[in-house]
Design a protein around this ligand. Structure first.
Ligand code: FAD
Length: 341
């Protein structure tokens, strides 16, 4: 089958902020072969590319005129290995991430439940090393299949080569727009042990009087917590956390603590500290505020929302105002998490 090339495609339905923008050229890829066909295309092949999954971690501030938007719709879910020590599954890049979590649970393969309800596609999961409730993709990722957007060559990158960090990877840096992730492999270790130490999860399980949680209990806990705290993009446009939590060394953390003794921070294994950006934003008085048509969510101030008809520029203006206030009060500039175009 030949490629379906589309022009002047509205992107509003393709980003969870619900921002209006247009892609001058868009192509849906349904296999690694399709990606190679794009690379070999006489007109589109040489243009820069922007890879779009579910659009749940992007902010469009303009039309995409210069780049070809490559929308990943590669499906497929299969078990490659299953023995006493682990299960290895392979997932097409276009599979909706939450459906992967449910599918794995239904097959009896536990280990992804803490990452339930994260919007977007499986192929984007390594890009910012998705994480939630005490688990990161890096805890489960085995390898990633990519197709190079210049040479059309396929390669398999072991997880160790993906430089996965806190909401970071090689795909957000050197390989951004250069390689399309076409499939990922996840290794789910056995025996399963719950990751239930995260305060919200522990509290939920305690309230439900569950002392020995099953994978399904953890899944239910995570879904319940997320649904109660985070706005549903179908109701209120957003891209989840708009800012990363700043990571600082002990000296900086102690300096900030002296002036702001209530600040919420978590020690990390390497001796640094993660500061709660949500707390800092709330301390600057931004919780529930609105600027133009963009706003700071009432319950979760890390989330910026589209209050209706916001442009990318509106959201960006609000983001900068929040960054300025936090910098003035705490001496740290918050870093945005979504990709801003
Ligand atoms: C309500 C809500 C809650 C969220 N909660 C969390 C959370 O708890 N934890 C978390 O980590 N994130 C969270 N997010 C952010 C988002 O869901 C994740 O970052 C998700 O992985 C993005 O997937 P996507 O398919 O929508 O990617 P997109 O937004 O389409 O793309 C994001 C980036 O990845 C690149 N990309 C996408 N697909 C590919 C591919 N196949 N190959 C190469 N590059 C690609 C894009 O070019 C872009 O740079 C949340 C978002 C929302 C809206």
């Amino acid at each position: 089958m030949s490629l379906e090339l589309e022009t002047d495609v509205p992107l509003r339905a393709f980003n969870t902020f619900g921002i209006e923008a247009t892609a001058r050229r868009l192509v849906r890829v349904r296999s690694a072969r399709d990606v190679r066909l794009v690379v070999d295309h006489p007109e589109w092949g040489r243009s820069p590319k922007f890879i779009l999954g579910g659009g749940s971690n992007v902010l469009f501030t303009r039309d995409i005129d210069d780049a070809v938007v490559v929308k990943t719709e590669i499906r497929g879910l299969r078990v490659l290995e299953d023995d006493a020590r682990s299960t290895l599954i392979e997932v097409g890049a276009g599979e909706p991430w939450h459906d992967v979590v449910i599918w794995a649970l239904e097959q009896g393969f536990a280990g992804l439940e803490n990452l339930a309800l994260i919007p977007g596609t499986a192929g984007a999961a390594p890009v910012q090393n998705i994480g939630a409730y005490g688990l990161e993709l890096s805890d489960r990722l085995e390898s990633v299949d990519v197709v190079d957007l210049v040479t059309g060559r396929s390669a398999t990158l072991p997880a160790a080569h993906c430089r996965l960090g806190y909401r970071d990877s090689i795909f957000k840096r050197e390989l951004a727009g250069k390689s399309v992730i076409t499939a990922i492999r996840l290794r789910l270790p056995k025996p399963w042990a719950p990751v239930a130490g995260y305060a919200d999860v522990a509290r939920w399980l305690q309230r439900e009087q569950i002392s020995d949680p099953s994978p399904h209990d953890v899944f239910k806990a995570v879904c319940a917590i997320r649904t109660s705290k985070l706005p549903d993009p179908a109701q209120l446009g957003n891209a989840g956390s708009f800012f990363k939590n700043p990571v600082v060394n002990r000296t900086i953390r102690n300096e900030i603590l002296e002036e702001h003794p209530d600040i919420v921070s978590y020690p990390l294994d390497d001796g640094t500290y993660k500061l709660a950006a949500a707390w800092m934003i709330a301390a600057c008085g931004w919780k529930g505020q609105t600027l133009g048509r963009a706003g700071v969510h009432e319950q979760q101030p890390l989330v910026l929302v589209n209050r209706g008809g916001a442009t990318g520029a509106n959201v960006l203006e609000l983001a900068r105002a929040v960054q300025d206030s936090v910098e003035q009060k705490f001496g740290l500039r918050l870093e945005p998490e979504p990709v801003i175009l």
